[in-house]
Design a protein around this ligand. Structure first.
Ligand SMILES: Cc1cc2nc3c(=O)[nH]c(=O)nc-3n(C[C@H](O)[C@H](O)[C@H](O)COP(=O)(O)OP(=O)(O)OC[C@H]3O[C@@H](n4cnc5c(N)ncnc54)[C@H](O)[C@@H]3O)c2cc1C
Length: 215
């Protein structure tokens, strides 16, 4: 797949250590919520490449990436400090974990994965599907708080979970009503593994869940 340039339209803080980066969609690029991109850049003379997942419901004119800033990280602090008008070298989209028009979906999303979870939930809701978003966040930081509130106010069930127990009970509540729902999971490995366990413990099939682990 070809590498191309995408111009940054805006960078908005959406949490304590999280930014949403809106990019102009390059000509001819088609992407689905949940797919990810490879971004390459030279930072202080060293080349880096990192993956970021689309967090908007579509990529018609622009698309969004949600970046969790790891203050110790080599790349995310650099990426988050770009400015509107800057160009990013991107390749993609990649990935088989994406919203594919499922009429009934439930999403477990942790940390910056809440962005991707929102992209899928907003698209599913817009398409007339039934969907639920379970967001796991730290006690003092809820990425994309406003978008979560907007989604909840449009009658999509949104669970905000601060610990493992509340995730398990939210997953059980969804499974009790919609055992055949398509599960999606977005987040770093410890969260992805915890989410899979919660689905299995509630009677779901782990291998049927669409899980994107951020490593
Ligand atoms: C498919 C996929 C999708 C992804 N989507 C997203 C997304 O949508 N949003 C998002 O925020 N992230 C996403 N990620 C993660 C992202 O690609 C980066 O890994 C993340 O931004 C951290 O990169 P970094 O360069 O800032 O940190 P890194 O430099 O990679 O470091 C990460 C941590 O490891 C520590 N570390 C690094 N090197 C060492 C070492 N040698 N010894 C000890 N500790 C070390 C650092 O101190 C830091 O705390 C995704 C990953 C994958 C695989």
């Amino acid at each position: 797949m070809d590498e191309r340039s995408a111009k940054i339209v805006s960078i908005t803080p959406v949490g304590e250590e999280t930014v949403a980066i809106e990019l102009e969609t390059p000509d001819g690029m088609v992407a689905k919520p949940g797919q990810f991109f490879l971004i390459r850049a030279t930072v202080e003379g060293e080349e880096f490449a990192r993956h970021y997942t689309m967090s908007s419901p579509d990529a018609e004119e622009t698309f969004e990436l949600t970046v969790g800033i790891d203050p110790e990280g080599d790349f995310s602090p650099w990426l988050a400090s770009r400015e509107p008008g800057d160009l990013l070298s991107i390749t993609g989209p990649f990935g088989r974990i994406f919203y594919d028009g499922e009429p009934d979906s439930a999403i477990l999303a942790g940390g910056p994965g809440i962005g991707a979870g929102l992209g899928v939930a907003e698209r599913a809701h817009r398409d007339g599907g039934q969907t639920t978003l379970i967001a796991r966040c730290e006690p003092d930081d809820l990425p994309h708080e406003r978008r979560l509130a907007t989604l909840a106010s449009s009658d999509v069930p949104v669970f905000i979970c601060r610990d493992e127990r509340s995730i398990a009970s939210a997953v059980s509540a969804v499974m009790a009503e919609r055992p055949d729902t398509q599960w999606f999971v977005f987040g770093f490995r410890p969260f992805a593994s915890l989410a899979r366990d919660a689905i299995v413990d509630a009677g779901g099939v782990g291998d049927d869940a669409k899980i994107e682990s951020y490593g």
